[in-house]
Design a protein around this ligand. Structure first.
Ligand code: IMP
Length: 427
């Protein structure tokens, strides 16, 4: 029977979901992205070549895989066409791609508004990627958004633009920002509609058909669960829900079709942008992790903040996602570190807790409580089997499994597809 597997980020994004999705995509027949937009960034390395994806699902490299950009996404079509152009220049021309007619469009004014809203937050900006993601979702929920379907229906596009610009131009003007001309946008986006038309369809109908045909389907999460609008470190979150629970809604399928949820975590933690991060540290070891792990944003190139693995975060994420498997990434980056810490609980105002406080200031006061494990010196980047790992490395993984009560299913010991250890086959 076909499996429908959700891959989710278990931290604040950038966990290496792209590599796992790409790795699992070899056995999948369909890869679906369900939320977010080009705020995401995956780097995929194979055959000594590096590919960066922001919007397009990771199955794009395999001509047999059906790639779907589902209704829950916000899509900047200009960025999409640019991404396709870059892939084409790298020889990726033969692919199957479908875009939901119900997905929302990130318009140029959303990008200006993203910048403006960050400025208006003064001393407390979210540190967004400035890709217009928040304002596009704001328009969606305010019912003044533009959908992909509008780009191929001239009458709808004009009407939707009129409404959207009535709101958004007013805000831009009041803040001395440039405003947008409806006719110019209308003509430009109709042309874009013509170019992307062949990819556009009702992806919910398509997906349900593929489920009926028993296909192996991968739902590729973008961002991480700690950036979830509902369950993350609000307000320092993204504007969608990168959780397994959001997949059925954002793809137009029944929740009973999901068979597996794999959480992807780094062997440590990183975060970009602002917001609380209890296990963060900045010293020579953090610098070493940042350099060895190349911890700079794929989308914005910002240096990532570094922290030890936080089990309170992982327990929270396991609970809200129903995570059944764990994939541990960038394990090789910890090689050579003498002592490795794991945060097992927090001390809040003198009391030990093992949950994430909803109140932001309470969460900021949490002091991590650590256990310390001995590290390993041996190079693990060519390891193919769990049993071949150094004892201290195995102990580290076993400790994670024990605390989280979960099985580690996949390990990554380097950026290449081949540097992956499978403990249990998902498909
Ligand atoms: P936005 O999604 O651009 O609105 O940014 C909101 C927050 O989510 C910021 O802290 C971003 O750095 C973070 N963020 C958004 N997308 C990603 C991602 O793909 N990886 C890591 N962080 C992200």
């Amino acid at each position: 029977m076909g499996r429908r597997v959700v891959v989710i980020g278990s931290q604040w994004g950038d966990e290496g979901k792209g590599k796992i999705t790409d790795y699992l995509a070899e056995k999948a027949e369909v890869v679906v992205r369900t939320q977010g937009g080009n705020n995401a960034g995956h780097t995929i390395i194979f055959n000594n070549r590096k590919f960066a994806l922001h919007l397009i699902p990771s199955g794009i490299f395999n001509p047999n895989i059906i790639n779907i950009m589902a209704n829950g996404m916000v899509i900047n079509p200009v960025a999409l066409l640019e991404e396709l152009k870059v892939l084409c220049s790298q020889g990726i021309e033969d692919y199957k791609l479908f875009i939901s007619n119900r997905a929302h469009v990130v318009m140029p004014y959303h990008i200006d508004l993203d910048d403006l809203y960050e400025e208006l937050k003064k001393d407390h900006p979210v540190g967004t990627t400035k890709r217009g993601i928040g304002p596009a979702y704001m328009d969606k929920t305010a019912r003044i958004g533009i959908r992909i379907s509008d780009l191929i229906h001239p009458e709808s596009l004009y009407q939707r633009l009129e409404t959207s610009l009535n709101f958004n131009n007013m805000i831009l003007k009041a803040n001395n920002r440039r405003t947008y001309d409806i006719q110019e946008l209308y003509e430009e986006y109709l042309k874009i509609g013509e170019v992307i038309k062949s990819y556009v369809t009702d992806t919910s109908v398509l997906l349900n058909k593929l489920i009926d045909e028993d296909k192996n389907i991968l739902f590729e999460g973008a961002q991480g669960s700690m950036l979830c609008l509902d369950h993350g470190t609000y307000p320092y979150v993204t504007s969608s829900s990168p959780t397994a629970a959001s997949v059925p809604l954002n793809a137009g399928i029944s929740s009973e079709h999901i068979t597996d949820v794999i959480g992807v975590t780094k062997a440590y933690t990183t975060r970009v942008g602002e917001g609380v991060f209890p296990s963060e540290f900045e010293d020579e070891i953090a610098k070493q992790i940042r350099e060895v792990g190349k911890e700079y944003g794929t989308t914005t190139k910002r240096p990532r903040r570094i922290g030890w693995l936080d089990m309170v975060v992982l327990k929270h994420v396991k609970r809200i996602n129903g995570m059944k498997h764990l994939s541990v990434m960038l394990l090789d980056v910890l090689t050579g570190i003498k002592e490795i810490k794991i945060c097992v609980s927090y001390i809040l105002d003198g009391k030990e807790i093992d949950y994430i406080p909803a109140d932001y200031f309470e969460y900021q006061r949490c002091i991590p409580k650590y256990i310390t494990l001995p590290g390993w010196e041996e190079d693990i980047s060519k390891t193919q089997r769990f049993s071949d790992l150094p004892t201290n490395c195995k102990n580290y993984l076993n400790k994670i499994e024990e605390i989280l009560d979960i099985n580690v299913t996949i390990l990554s010991v380097g950026p290449d597809r081949l540097q992956t250890v499978t403990l249990k086959n998902i498909f």
